[in-house]
Design a protein around this ligand. Structure first.
Ligand code: ADP
Length: 587
C-alpha cells in the first residue's frame, strides 16, 4: 500500500529522512514517529526531507509517520525565563524531570514559559499610542534584579493601541489589543522568535564600555567590551569552565546566559548543582535571578547541542532588546562544532577540513556576529549589548585545528589558556605572551576618565616587563643568572611580582576572585614602582641585588591583593616604602 502522508523512510542516528514532505518548509518543526519526537527540517529535495531530531531516535523506524507543525524552531520569550535551566530546545529541565523522571522520556512537550504563573503587568503605553515592533508596552518585575520589558511583537508596524490594561496575567492571556488598518491583534506578554536568524536592530554602535570581569589579567591586559566577542581556547583541564563560570558570577552584565555544551556529563551536573546556590557578591541575591542556563550534557542528543547555542543567543538578544547588557558564555563551542560535523556527515555533505562541514566558518562567524552594542528596535533610543564569550577545546591544545581558527578569525579578544601554567597551578592560566585584545582603543576614554589618566602607560609598562622577562629567561637558561646586569635582575624581580602578586588570582577565594578596576590599577602601579625607582640603582658598581630581593617591600607587594579597593593611602604607603628603600640604597 502506498501512502501520501509524510512517512519515515530512513533513520541514521539524529537524522531521519521522510518522504511525502512536499508541503514542508525549510527549518519547519516536525514531530517524528509514533512517539512524536521533536525534529527540524534541514534539507528538502524532491519531496524528501532530512530531519534533524532533537531526541534519541533509537527504536524509531521506517514506516512511522511524521507530522508537520507549520512553525519554525523558535523560543518562547516572556517573563519566567530567568532562573530557569533549559535543554537545547528550551524545554525546562525541571518540567522534563517532573514528567519523566531522571531518564528523559521522549516526545515530551514542555513549554518554555510557565503557562499558569501570573505576573503583575504594569502598562506603560496607553490606548491611542502608535507603536511598532520593539516598542515597550509595559513592565513586569521578573526577579528582584531584573525588570522585564514587554515589547511589541515581531512584524507589527505603526499599530494603534486599542486597549491595554495593567493587572495580573499569565503569559498567554491578553494584555491588550493592537490595531493596524482595521485589523485587530491581541497581544500577550509572551512572543516567539525564530532562533536561527539574528534579531533586527535599529543600529549597531561601536562598543565603548569595558565588560568588567574583576579578573586582573583580563581587565588590565586583555580587556573585553560590552558588546564584544571573546574566545577562550585551552586544552582539557586548563581552566575554561572555571573562567567562564567566574565571569558568569562576577562580570558586570545585568543578564547572563550560560550555555553548557557538556564536556562530560558530570561536569554539567556540577554546574547545575552549584549555580543555583551562588549569591551575587554585590547584591547578596541568588545569581540565578539574573541568569538563564542551557544545559546539554554529552548524553543528550547531538542535534539538541547544535540548537542550544541558537536558543541561548536568541534569549540573549531578547534581554539585550530590553536595554540590558547581556553576557553569554558558551562552554564549549567545540562540542557544538562536533555536533554540526556529525549531522553534516549523516547528510553526506562534502566534508571540509578535518571532516567539519565547509560552512563551519560561516556558521561560527554568524554566531559571533550576533554579539554587539546596539540601538534596540523601538522608538525610545534604548541601547543594549550582547557580549559573547566562547570556550574552545582544541584536541591536544593544537590551535591550528578548524574550530579554533574559525573562532579566532571573528573574535577580537583571545584569552589563551596554557597547559604549562595550569600544571604550575598559576591561575587563571591565561598566557600573557600569546593572548590579546583589540578592544583597547574602544575603552581608552572610559579608562582614562574612570580609572586614571596614565592607565595605558601602566598597562603597557606591565606587559613590556612580562615580555622582557620571557626573553631574559632564555638568556638565563643559556648562561645562568650571574651574567645579568642590575637592570635585568630588576626586570626579572618586577615581572615575577606581576605574575605572582598581580596576575595570579584564585577564583575560589571570595575576596580575591573579584578586583575592581581602580584596585587593579593601584596594584600594578605599585609593583611597577619597584622597577621605576629601582632603575636609579642601575649605575652603582657591584650593587648587591639581594638588598632589594630580601627587603620587606617584596612582602608588601605580595600582600597588595589583600588591601581594600578604596585604600588608596595603603597603596601609596607601599610606594613610599619602595622610594625610601631605594633612596637608602642609593646612599
Ligand atoms: P577545563 O574546562 O579547561 O577542562 P576546568 O575549568 O575544569 O578546565 O579547570 C580545571 C581545574 O583547574 C579546576 O578544577 C580548578 O582546580 C583549577 N582552576 C582553573 N582555573 C582556576 C582559577 N581561576 N582559580 C583557581 N583554580 C582554577
Amino acid at each position: 500500500m502506498t501512502t501520501t502522508e509524510p512517512i519515515i523512510i530512513k533513520v541514521a542516528g539524529p537524522l531521519v529522512v521522510a518522504d511525502n514532505m512536499q508541503t514542508a518548509k525549510m527549518y519547519e518543526v516536525v514531530r517524528v514517529g509514533t512517539e512524536g519526537l521533536v525534529g527540524e527540517v534541514i534539507r528538502l529535495e524532491d519531496g524528501k526531507a532530512s530531519i534533524q531530531v532533537y531526541e534519541e531516535t533509537g527504536g524509531v523506524g521506517p514506516g512511522e509517520p511524521v507530522k508537520l507543525t507549520g512553525k519554525t524552531l523558535s523560543v518562547e520569550l516572556g517573563p519566567g525565563l530567568l532562573e530557569t535551566i533549559y535543554d537545547g530546545i528550551q524545554r525546562p529541565l525541571k518540567v522534563l524531570e517532573e514528567k519523566s523522571g531522571h531518564y528523559l522520556a521522549r516526545g515530551i512537550d514542555a513549554d518554555g514559559l510557565d503557562q499558569n504563573k501570573k505576573w503583575d503587568f504594569k502598562a506603560t503605553a496607553k490606548a491611542g499610542d502608535t507603536v511598532s515592533e520593539g516598542d515597550i508596552l509595559g513592565t513586569v518585575q521578573e526577579t528582584t534584579l531584573i525588570e522585564h520589558k514587554v515589547m511589541v511583537p515581531v512584524g507589527i508596524t505603526n499599530a494603534k493601541i486599542k486597549d491595554i490594561k495593567s493587572g495580573n496575567y499569565t503569559v498567554t492571556q491578553n494584555i491588550g489589543t493592537l490595531e493596524t488598518d482595521g485589523k485587530e491583534t491581541p497581544v500577550q506578554m509572551r512572543q516567539f522568535w525564530p532562533i536561527r536568524v539574528s534579531r533586527k536592530v535599529s543600529a549597531k554602535r561601536i562598543p565603548d564600555t569595558p565588560l568588567r570581569t574583576g579578573c586582573r589579567s583580563i581587565d588590565m591586559f586583555f580587556p573585553l567590551v560590552k558588546g564584544g566577542a571573546a574566545c577562550i581556547p585551552g586544552p582539557f583541564g586548563s581552566g575554561k569552565t572555571v573562567t567562564q563560570q567566574t565571569l558568569a558570577k562576577y562580570c558586570d552584565a545585568e543578564v547572563i546566559v550560560y550555555i553548557g555544551c557538556g564536556e562530560r556529563g558530570n561536569e554539567m551536573t556540577e554546574v547545575l548543582n552549584e549555580f543555583p546556590h551562588l549569591k551575587d557578591p554585590n547584591t547578596g541575591e541568588p545569581l540565578m535571578k539574573r541568569t538563564i542556563m542551557i544545559a546539554n550534557t554529552s548524553n543528550m542528543p547531538v542535534a539538541a547541542r547544535e540548537a542550544s547555542v541558537y536558543t541561548g543567543i536568541t534569549i540573549g538578544e531578547y534581554y539585550r532588546d530590553m536595554g540590558y547588557n547581556v553576557a553569554l558564555m558558551a562552554d564549549s563551542t567545540s562540542r557544538w562544532a562536533e555536533a554540526m560535523r556529525e549531522i553534516s556527515g549523516r547528510l553526506e555533505e562534502m566534508p571540509g577540513e578535518e571532516g567539519y562541514p565547509a560552512y563551519l566558518g560561516s556558521k561560527t562567524a554568524e554566531f559571533y556576529e550576533r554579539a554587539g552594542a546596539v540601538e534596540c528596535l523601538g522608538s525610545d533610543d534604548r541601547q543594549g549589548s550582547l557580549t559573547v564569550i566562547g570556550a574552545v577545546s582544541p584536541p591536544g591544545g593544537d590551535l591550528s585545528e578548524p574550530v579554533s581558527q574559525n573562532t579566532l578569525r571573528v573574535t577580537k579578544t583571545y584569552w589563551g589558556l596554557d597547559k604549562k601554567l595550569s600544571y604550575q597551578r598559576h591561575f587563571p592560566a591565561i598566557n600573557w605572551l600569546k593572548s590579546y585584545s583589540l578592544y583597547a582603543p574602544n575603552i581608552d576614554k572610559w579608562m582614562k576618565e574612570n580609572v586614571a589618566e596614565d592607565y595605558w602607560t601602566i598597562q603597557a609598562e606591565g606587559l613590556n616587563l612580562l615580555q622582557e622577562e620571557a626573553k631574559l629567561e632564555e638568556i638565563v637558561r643559556l648562561v645562568g643568572p650571574d651574567a645579568l646586569s642590575t637592570r635585568e635582575k630588576l626586570v626579572l624581580l618586577t615581572a615575577k611580582s606581576i605574575r605572582e602578586d598581580y596576575l595570579y588570582q584564585d577564583s575560589f577565594d571570595p575576596f580575591d576572585a573579584y578586583t575592581l578596576n581602580d584596585k587593579q590599577y593601584e596594584m600594578l602601579k605599585t609593583i611597577l614602582t619597584l622597577f621605576r625607582e629601582g632603575e636609579k640603582l642601575m649605575d652603582i658598581e657591584d650593587f648587591d641585588f639581594s638588598q632589594i630581593q630580601g627587603s620587606d617591600v617584596i612582602n608588601e607587594l605580595a600582600d597588595l591583593k589583600l588591601k581594600e579597593a578604596g585604600d588608596v593611602a595603603g597603596y601609596e604607603a607601599v610606594r613610599a616604602n619602595i622610594r625610601s628603600l631605594v633612596e637608602g640604597l642609593a646612599g
